[in-house]
Design a protein around this ligand. Structure first.
Ligand SMILES: Cc1cc2nc3c(=O)[nH]c(=O)nc-3n(C[C@H](O)[C@H](O)[C@H](O)COP(=O)(O)O)c2cc1C
Length: 232
């Protein structure tokens, strides 16, 4: 099974990260996750999830749908649908939850002793989702001051897929230049810019649009949205 690295930084859009983790685990992949301190703040603020830098339980990220307050941000971003529309659920199958959770590994953002800090650790790609403009700038400058930067450097030097999902608006010239630098180096710059042409019915459909495009880049199969031109 493929192994992916998913890094969460402090840009807005924590729901993209949670859904991405959900879909990657559901695909059977092994997922190595790391999160910056600002990422912890944004996940807490936007989704109300008490994720920490050190401590980790997949139940914290993927609470049972039945127990999630319908008024909570997590429910609104991932599960809420208009009346009469089918229910939205986690991609992780409830029956195989413990197997999926066992494939999710947390690495402290300052731990350079862990596997993903080295090119000898085999992965099939890395996604930084969402990617702050700060982390983007660090990558464009070749900085390696935390595990997120280092793992990204590793993916670049080993010529493995590296996808960054920046979220900022408007964009200044420094941010644009950093994106150009990264794109020139082979990074896929995939901004959190959901399209509206797939007739979204709810926020979850917009989240899934971006996650679908990330999965396409990683070669992970999914059923997150109907593809343009697919009449089935
Ligand atoms: C609620 C919240 C939302 C934020 N949204 C963004 C954002 O959309 N884009 C961005 O580049 N930074 C955003 N920031 C600022 C970053 O978190 C900040 O620049 C931080 O230093 C990034 O550090 P990191 O890249 O190590 O996570 C936000 C911060 C907070 C608290």
């Amino acid at each position: 099974m493929p192994q992916f690295v998913v890094a969460i930084t402090g840009a807005s859009g924590a729901a993209y990260a949670v859904r991405l983790l959900d879909v990657l685990l559901a695909s059977g992949a092994e997922v190595h996750m790391t999160i910056s301190p600002a990422g912890v703040q944004v996940v807490g603020h936007e989704l109300g999830l008490p994720v920490t830098l050190n401590d980790f339980s997949a139940d914290v990220i993927f609470p049972d749908r039945k127990t999630v307050n319908p008024e909570s941000p997590l429910f609104k971003f991932l599960f809420a649908t208009p009346a009469g529309m089918p229910e939205r659920r986690w991609a992780i199958d409830a029956e195989n939850k413990s197997d999926a959770f066992a494939r999710l590994h947390l690495h402290h953002f300052q731990n350079f002793m862990t596997g993903i800090a080295s090119g000898s650790f085999q992965t099939s790609g890395m996604v930084i989702c969402p990617c702050s403009m700060g982390t983007l700038g660090s990558l464009a400058s070749g900085l390696s001051s935390n595990l997120i930067h280092r793992a990204a450097n590793v993916h670049l030097k080993e010529r493995r897929p590296l996808i960054v999902v920046p979220r900022e608006t408007p964009l200044d010239e420094i941010g644009l230049a950093n994106m150009q630098t990264l794109s020139n180096a082979g990074v896929i710059v995939l901004p959190a810019m959901p399209g509206l042409y797939h007739e979204p019915n709810c926020l979850g459909d917009l989240i899934d649009f971006v996650v679908a495009r990330i999965c396409d880049q990683l070669g992970v199969e999914h059923q997150l949205m109907k593809r343009w031109g697919d009449s089935r």
